[in-house]
Design a protein around this ligand. Structure first.
Ligand code: HAM
Length: 432
């Protein structure tokens, strides 16, 4: 019998796990810097948690959830996203009583039964945040944090798109207006959009079919349906983003596929991702805590898709995970010295470099091949000759330059070269 993983659910294999951990660690450090606390909720929830928040008529709830009944006949679903479970936990544990504002982050798998393709899987992973008690004046700050984190990952070529859906009243008045307009143009819409007029009218605005886009171009504009408060909030968001020098595009068609949003919505896209180009997205959900039976507390959050982030990062430049240093040895004595050198490097450069050595007793040529395969930045070569002189050869694999240095200076020399490298990278990202 040949077993395979479930379609659309992928193994993360050695080699890749290192990059995943690097990304997750960088995210955790950033969140903790901004005062976020981690929250972990179960992967299974009662189905209404999702149907009542994301919306009965949304694609996620209608078509994409993994739902089944437990032994007592209660419907349970694998979580398709993190926001609704966190709102559930926030109310269930009275977290609002601890502090009027609360910044939470999460990292973990989500499940949607969509047709798998590049950048779209059935088990995927999100890094996300939810900020409870946040007023619209915080929205630009949240987007700035997100932008800063993407830059920390080394990503540069992304676009932040923003829109507003207005408050609940604006959103429902606009939906009615849009429905009336679309009913008149129904014959030009695709079959899906004809259906969306009744069940999820805003989604017509982000249909990618040419004929629907034509109809949408002349559709009513949400900005004309905003109340003075929502208009002011949206203007302030744009002014604040400008003041923070965060590039953004207004996108009137950005409506999001989850019903709980009101007010600010945003999305980050990447041009090298193809059709699944959203690295992440989020927005305000000011009524969800109250709808779930909690106090009237506004909130905003976002989630990034880790798989898409990694595709984008690999397409731009490989993420910096710590330079690989390969120590090639010849002879038993050199091997012993190599263990001592490794310990010294560990003491001084733990977390900044990865040290690989040869476990097979292979020839120098074969060790150099391994170094190459493992993308070593530097190779240290230690044979009997060098040992006698108290020296070691250090070879830069990119420039092919070699030098002999004192064995005792190895960690310092590696450190110096790594710092130079990271300064070059830093200078590059500051220019961008
Ligand atoms: P979402 O737009 O449904 O929002 O998902 C956020 C991100 O998760 C997407 O931009 C994408 O990168 C990734 N993603 C979604 N579906 C898939 C998939 N099938 N395969 C791979 N990646 C995927 C939410 O989930 C909201 N809970 C975000 C949020 C948090 N809003 C407020 N707070």
């Amino acid at each position: 019998m040949n077993y395979k993983s479930v379609r659309g659910m992928e193994d993360i294999l050695p080699g890749d796990t290192r990059i995943w951990r690097w990304l997750e660690d960088a995210a955790r450090k950033t969140f903790e810097f901004y005062g976020y606390e981690e929250i972990r909720t179960p992967i299974l929830e009662e189905t209404p948690i999702f149907s009542r928040s994301i919306g009965e008529t949304s694609d996620i709830v209608k078509k994409e959830m993994y739902t089944f009944k437990d032994k007592k006949g209660r419907p349970l679903s694998l979580r398709p996203e993190g926001t609704a479970p966190i709102v559930r936990a926030y109310i269930e544990h009275g977290l609002h009583k601890i502090s009027p504002e609360l910044k939470l982050y999460y990292i973990g798998p989500m499940f949607r039964s969509e047709r798998p393709q590049k950048g779209r899987s059935r088990q995927f992973h999100q890094i996300g945040v939810e900020v409870f008690g946040a007023r619209p004046s915080f929205d630009a700050e949240l987007i700035a944090e997100l932008e800063g984190m993407l830059k920390t990952f080394g990503l540069t070529d992304f676009t932040v798109k923003i829109n507003t859906l207005g408050c609940e009243k604006d959103k429902s008045e606009f939906s009615e207006k849009l429905k009336k307009y679309l009913e008149l143009k129904k014959n030009r819409l695709c079959e899906d959009c004809k259906d969306r007029i009744k069940r999820n009218v805003l989604r017509v605005l982000d249909c990618k079919k040419e004929s629907c886009m034509g109809v949408v171009r002349e559709a009513p504009d949400i900005l004309d349906s905003l109340c003075p408060q929502c208009k002011d909030d949206f203007d302030k968001l744009k002014n604040n983003l400008e003041a923070l020098k965060i590039g953004f595009k207004e996108s009137r068609n950005l409506v999001r596929g989850l019903d709980y949003y009101t007010g600010t919505v945003f999305e980050v896209t990447h041009p090298l991702l193809g059709s699944q180009d959203a690295i992440g997205a989020g927005g305000r959900y000011d009524k969800l805590v109250k709808d779930f039976g909690g106090p009237d507390i506004p909130a905003i959050g976002y989630a990034l898709g880790i798989e898409r982030l990694l595709i984008a990062l690999r397409k731009e430049t490989p993420p910096y995970q710590g330079a690989v240093i390969y120590i090639a040895t010849l002879g038993d004595k050199a091997k012993i010295k190599c263990v001592q050198i490794t310990e010294k490097i560990k003491k001084e450069l733990l977390g900044r470099v990865i040290v690989l050595t040869d476990p097979r007793g292979a020839s120098l040529k074969s060790q150099m091949r391994s170094a190459d395969k493992n993308n070593a930045k530097l190779v240290l070569i230690l044979g009997e000759n060098e040992l006698e002189k108290g020296k070691i050869v250090i070879r830069d694999m990119a420039t092919k330059e070699q030098a002999e240095i004192g064995i005792d200076n190895v960690a310092d020399e590696i450190g110096r070269r790594i710092i130079l490298e990271s300064e070059k990278l830093k200078a590059k990202s500051e220019k961008l």
